[in-house]
Design a protein. Structure first.
Length: 116
């Protein structure tokens, strides 16, 4: 069993910044990727960013490139998402996830609201 607990998020005006954190516990194998997804009302869940186990490779959705930064601390089994220059269209519930062959474990979700 794997648990992911998220923190951070909240409300901010356009142009502001927020940082999301996610810590994993439980039966986690080594060499797993971690990532962030988001889901806006009426939309499907979409990929935001991912990072490999060693942190050497990061991937971003085109919509957040240059504004969001994903990082991880393997000693803490944690992943972070620094979100800068936020836009109203970034408003969504954000989820962290672990990939051990598939994105099979998810955090509880954190609301991010960006006002114009």
């Amino acid at each position: 069993q794997v648990q992911l607990v998220q923190s951070g998020g909240g409300s901010v005006q356009a142009g502001g910044s927020l940082r999301l954190s996610c810590t994993a516990s439980g039966r986690i194998f080594s060499n797993y990727a971690m990532g962030w997804f988001r889901q806006a009302p009426g939309n499907e869940r979409e990929f935001v960013a991912a990072i490999t186990w060693a942190g050497g490779t990061t991937t971003y959705a085109d919509s957040v490139k240059g504004r969001f930064t994903i990082s991880r601390d393997n000693a803490k089994k944690a992943v972070y998402l620094q979100m800068n220059s936020l836009k109203p269209e970034d408003t969504a519930v954000y989820y962290c996830a672990i990939n051990q062959g598939s994105w099979g474990y998810w955090g509880q979700g954190t609301q991010v609201t960006v006002s114009s």
